[in-house]
Ligand binder design. Structure first.
Ligand SMILES: O=c1ccn([C@@H]2O[C@H](COP(=O)(O)OP(=O)(O)O)[C@@H](O)[C@H]2O)c(=O)[nH]1
Ligand SMILES: O=C(O)[C@@H](COP(=O)(O)O)O[C@H]1O[C@H](CO)[C@@H](O)[C@H](O)[C@H]1O
Length: 320
């Protein structure tokens, strides 16, 4: 493992259990820091209400850590907006935010407009399809930002069980992460190989940083933000926090194939400047109280086209 990645893993990996909502509420009040939570939602009537309710009850009313909870309705056909509003969220329609800019489809658009529709110094993004949402997710994401001014962006890491028709596959989730995003980052942005969940849908950042980078419109948004914020602020300004386990709604393999395509587009748009890929692939295993990084060499070599070999042999033969 690269020494810089090993060092980053040690210095910038936190546990959500390190902080309580009450202590962070005191800390942010003392600093005068404001906090917004943004939930992008497309047809999430089944889950958005419970998430908003828990955030409001625990982090707005009980411990005043969060100032505003905004659900960005991405053009839902179900009752997402009504359910979210009934739970206490401020709901904005993606088409109504920055209308002069029109609207493009995709999750990233909802997040970009969520940034425009909120004012918090710190912005927390939470998917609206989570099951069994724990308010400690938000506490854990805010912990590093409220205790270390040198940290500007925090990604969630967690176990990701995959629920299938045959049952639960304990670590089967994060399919595009394992098959596309992780290999891409290791090859072309090896300094970011320490992120256990580079595509996690829960993350938080300082508005002053988030407003300086583009938001990729579709599912490339997480990949784009990670690469662009690292380029802007340096890897050491980025961190990750262990939130335990995350369960959410899963899309089909075909849908994830399209997601992978968007992530590939996002990566290649940032990488066409060439440069040989790094040969190391870092994967992660859950240990008792943390994660263990496992390093693999996935470097490949290339054999030249046979035609050139035979031509050279022929030329050599002619020279013998
Ligand atoms: O065009 C979109 C696509 C997705 N989402 C929301 O973004 C989050 C993550 O999307 P999804 O669950 O489809 O991604 P997955 O978690 O399956 O990768 C969810 O709250 C979606 O409702 C959205 O607001 N607009
Ligand atoms: O991590 C992944 O591979 C994908 C798909 O997860 P699953 O295989 O359905 O658990 O989920 C994430 O990726 C999306 C693209 O970045 C994010 O928008 C989602 O929030 C996140 O769940």
């Amino acid at each position: 493992m690269r020494p810089d990645v090993h060092r980053w893993l040690r210095r910038r990996t936190f546990s959500a259990a390190s902080w309580s909502a009450a202590e962070l509420a005191d800390a942010r009040r003392a600093e005068g820091t404001t906090v917004s939570v943004v939930l992008p939602a497309l047809d999430e009537e089944a889950t958005v209400g419970a998430i908003v309710t828990v955030i409001r009850d625990e982090l707005v009313l009980r411990a005043p850590l969060v100032d505003e909870v905004v659900v960005v309705d991405s053009g839902s056909a179900d009752r997402t907006a009504a359910v979210a509003a009934a739970a206490g969220a401020r709901v904005v329609d993606v088409a109504d935010v920055l209308p002069a800019h029109g609207r493009v489809p995709g999750k990233g658009e909802a997040l970009w407009k969520g940034l425009a529709a909120t004012t918090g110094d710190l912005v927390v993004f939470v998917d609206a399809d989570l099951v069994g949402f724990d308010p400690q997710f938000v506490v854990g994401l805010l912990g590093p930002l409220l205790t270390d001014p040198g940290i500007g962006y925090v990604k969630a890491l967690y176990d990701r069980p995959l629920s299938t028709t045959e049952g639960i596959v304990p670590s089967g989730g994060g399919r595009v992460t394992e098959l596309v995003a992780r290999p891409l980052l290791n090859a072309f942005w090896p300094e970011l190989a320490g992120f256990v969940q580079p595509l996690s849908g829960e993350y938080a950042g300082r508005r002053e940083l988030l407003e300086q980078v583009p938001f990729v419109s579709g599912y490339g948004v997480e990949f784009g933000l990670l690469v662009d914020l690292a380029a802007l602020a340096g890897v050491d300004a980025l961190a990750q926090v262990d939130l335990g386990t995350r369960r959410h709604g899963h899309q089909s393999d075909a849908a994830l194939g399209r997601m992978a395509g968007q992530i590939l587009q996002t990566a290649m748009a940032r990488r066409l400047r060439g440069g040989a890929p790094a040969p190391e692939l870092l994967q992660f295993l859950r240990t008792g109280d943390g994660v263990e990084a496992v390093s693999w060499d996935v470097g490949v070599t290339e054999r030249p086209p046979m035609r050139t070999v035979l031509a050279a042999a022929g030329a050599q033969g002619r020279r013998r």
